[in-house]
Design a binder for this molecule. Structure first.
Ligand code: SF4
Ligand code: SF4
Length: 378
């Protein structure tokens, strides 16, 4: 296992973080507690020192399971992060009440990092008006949290605004080979790091999509490299090569995943990727991007449609299916709410689309494909 220091703190953390949002579950959907505890403790025994959870993971069960797993001396061996569910904050007092509830679930008197969860511009402004930043100050003084941070889902400009608003010590962002330019990724990471904020990565494998249904063209790129690595290992390597990234979260659901990740992160040295590997990452991204069909950026300028057609949602899901070859899942989901059928071809949306997408034609084509799929299943 390799380790890195969070700037401006006394925290040294493993570069592999145990993300507790996809713990093993039983057939009824509840967490398989004995197995989850075995996995978390096994990972810590093998060198993982960063554990991440949140109020809402597994409907609140994740924090409780983590609390159990960290008994018997494990708590002292890890950097523990959890998150304030901003959407549950209606008044100032809610924040400390939620934190106290979380500390109870986690069976600890403090967390090392406490993150404002899933920050976007609107939500951030609303909770700041209720005193989020003062709350972060006060909880540090009370010793309930050691360092403040935030996890983020919005655009790069909002990210910069949030970074500049407070002396955060940690920013958790989504990044992977495909998302380098989405949301607040590469530009945001570089900006936050320049301000002395440690970066934690979520969704390093795009929810597993980068390891399932890997397109043949991408497999060929990996196979042409002299070092033989799995798609997961390449995806992690792309990230741990970056010195700004302190820890990469992996939501591990099986013991085999833990073991594979431990092996992969034995090599997690910043700056490890050579020139050929950097070119490989660019080619992999370009190859995935070439599979995109519609090219909708999700900007929502075409919304709302007077007929209620969910244009960006339909297009983004369709493109995702094209990239990862998951059309069956797309058709099944789409057919639950086939809003493209409502289009009366007024053309209003196309006049707003900066990408000049032939929205009406694509809606017709996608709907027809989904109907053909449905007919084929009868
Ligand atoms: S063309 Fe169709 S999708 Fe576009 S605004 Fe009109 S009804 Fe909505
Ligand atoms: S305006 Fe165009 S690019 Fe933007 S969401 Fe609508 S279809 Fe997609």
């Amino acid at each position: 296992m390799k380790y890195a220091n969070f700037p401006g703190t006394d925290v040294k953390a493993s570069r592999l973080g145990f993300g507790c949002m996809r713990l093993p579950t039983l057939p009824d959907g509840s967490v398989d507690r004995p197995e989850a505890i075995r996995m978390i403790r096994g990972a810590i025994d093998a060198g993982v020192t960063y554990v991440d959870t949140a109020y809402g993971y597994h409907g609140g069960e994740s924090e409780k399971v983590v609390g159990e797993a960290l008994k018997d001396g494990y708590r002292e061996r890890v950097t523990l992060t959890t998150k304030l569910p901003l959407w549950k904050v209606e008044k100032t007092a809610d924040m400390e009440n939620l934190l106290d509830e979380q500390l109870g679930r986690l069976q600890t008197d403090h967390v090392d990092f406490y993150l404002a969860h899933a920050v976007n511009g609107e939500r951030f402004d609303a909770v700041c008006a209720l005193g989020l930043l003062e709350f972060m100050d006060e909880m540090q003084k009370k010793g309930k949290i050691r360092y403040p941070g935030f996890s983020f889902h919005d655009d790069a400009e909002t990210f910069k605004r949030v970074v500049d608003s407070y002396p955060w010590k940690l920013a958790q962002v989504q990044m992977n080979i495909l998302d380098e330019n989405n949301q607040a990724t590469m530009r945001g990471i570089e900006y936050a790091a320049s301000k002395g904020i440690g970066i934690v990565i979520m969704e390093p494998l795009r929810g597993g999509a980068l390891t399932r249904n890997v397109p043949r063209e991408v497999e060929a790129l990996y196979a042409a490299m002299p070092e033989k690595r799995s798609p997961a290992e390449w995806a992690f390597r792309y990230l741990y090569d970056r010195p700004e990234i302190i820890t990469i979260l992996s939501g591990m659901s099986e013991k085999a995943q833990v073991e594979d990740n431990l092996r992969i992160f034995d090599h997690a040295e910043p700056g490890c990727a050579n020139e050929a590997e950097k070119q490989l990452f660019q080619k992999v991204r370009a190859t995935y991007e070439a599979r995109v069909k519609v090219g909708c950026t999700g900007c929502e300028y075409c919304q709302p449609c007077p007929q209620g057609v969910k244009i960006p949602r339909t297009f983004r899901a369709y493109d995702n299916a094209a990239v990862f070859d998951t059309f069956e899942r797309f058709y099944t989901d789409y057919l639950k709410d086939p809003t493209a059928a409502n289009c009366v071809e007024c053309g209003l949306c196309e006049s707003q689309c900066p990408q000049h997408i032939s929205i009406r034609q694509w809606l017709k084509d996608i709907h027809a494909e989904a109907m053909a799929y449905q007919a084929s299943k009868k």
